[in-house]
Design a protein around this ligand. Structure first.
Ligand code: CAA
Length: 258
């Protein structure tokens, strides 16, 4: 891979977007590589959590690559949006938990990438924004859809229409990020959160993720029914037997993830 670095450690995959000269901007090549790595990891039973970050200390991802986009035709623009939307949906729907470690600029496609992750942790120097309309385009990597779902329609419209860049504390205040850390602590905190999650019944975590993601796209009654089905499914797992037995026997549970 040219622009993606993949590291694995103790069941955690770290994906680093690595185009530092362009502040890790997403060109088509990088989107394709990201897509490949996501498909591969999604199939891996030995990987239970994923952390996505950007290389360097300045930028997570500074958006889609403007130099590449500049001369695109309408059809090519649409194709790029569809490619990125597909890759980001695949991230959102990975069976594993995905944490964005936002280590600097998360603008345009960078903010959109972070929003496809389950949880966003930011460094104190991180800056978020959707500057697309200042370039004469709209957020096209699902930003017009995920941002209002995360922070509400009014704030999403203000951010997208004004192109304001907000700092990590403001992103925390509006619910765009879960936690803010100093830059030198960010990765360690992301790993520690991943490990904390992985101590639980990881299959149940995956089902909870599916219930939240799918349920939010259904009407309420269908979402309740879907949740009840997944709740029932948990009772077919060894982890449910172990978790409840451990509670009754007043000992720590030892989960197998199945
Ligand atoms: N695409 C291509 N190259 C980019 C880039 C981008 N999105 N962002 C930064 N770069 C490049 C710069 O062109 C520059 O390259 P050179 O050294 O070859 O000139 C290099 O990265 C460093 O950037 P700056 O010199 O601009 O660094 P800075 O510290 O002065 O500013 C910044 C940093 C505020 C992030 C600024 O680079 C910037 O505004 N970048 C563009 C952000 C943006 O508009 N993103 C949205 C893109 S559109 C989009 O994402 C559409 C969508 O919905 C997906």
């Amino acid at each position: 891979m040219e622009n993606i670095i993949l590291e694995e450690e103790n069941g955690i995959a770290k994906i680093c977007i690595n185009r530092p000269k362009a502040l890790n901007a997403l060109n088509t090549q990088t989107l394709k590589e990201l897509g490949e790595v996501i498909s591969e990891i999604s199939e891996r039973k030995d990987i239970h959590a994923v952390i996505i970050t950007g290389s360097g200390q300045k930028s997570f991802v500074a958006g889609a690559d403007i130099t590449e986009m500049k001369n695109k035709t309408a059809i090519q623009g649409r194709e790029m949006a569809i490619l990125a939307q597909k890759v980001f949906s695949n991230i959102e729907n990975m069976p594993q938990v995905v944490i964005a470690a936002v280590n600097g600029y998360a603008l345009g496609g960078g903010c959109e990438l972070s929003m496809a992750c389950d949880i966003r942790l930011a460094s104190s120097n991180a800056k978020f924004g959707q500057p697309e309309v200042s370039l004469g385009i709209i957020p096209g990597f699902a930003g017009t859809q995920r941002l209002p779902r995360l922070v509400g329609k009014g704030i999403a419209k203000e951010l997208i229409f004004s192109t304001d860049k907000i700092d990590a504390q403001e992103a925390y205040r509006i619910g765009l990020v879960n936690k803010v850390y100093e830059q030198d602590e960010l990765m360690q905190q992301a790993v520690s959160l991943a490990k904390k999650i992985m101590k639980n019944g990881i299959y149940a975590v995956s089902l909870a993720k599916s219930s939240i993601n799918n349920g939010l796209n259904m009407d309420t009654e269908s979402a309740y029914a879907f949740e009840a089905d997944l709740f029932g499914l948990c009772f077919s797992t060894e982890d449910q037997t172990e978790g409840m037995t451990a509670f009754v026997e007043k000992r720590k549970s030892s989960f197998k993830g199945c």
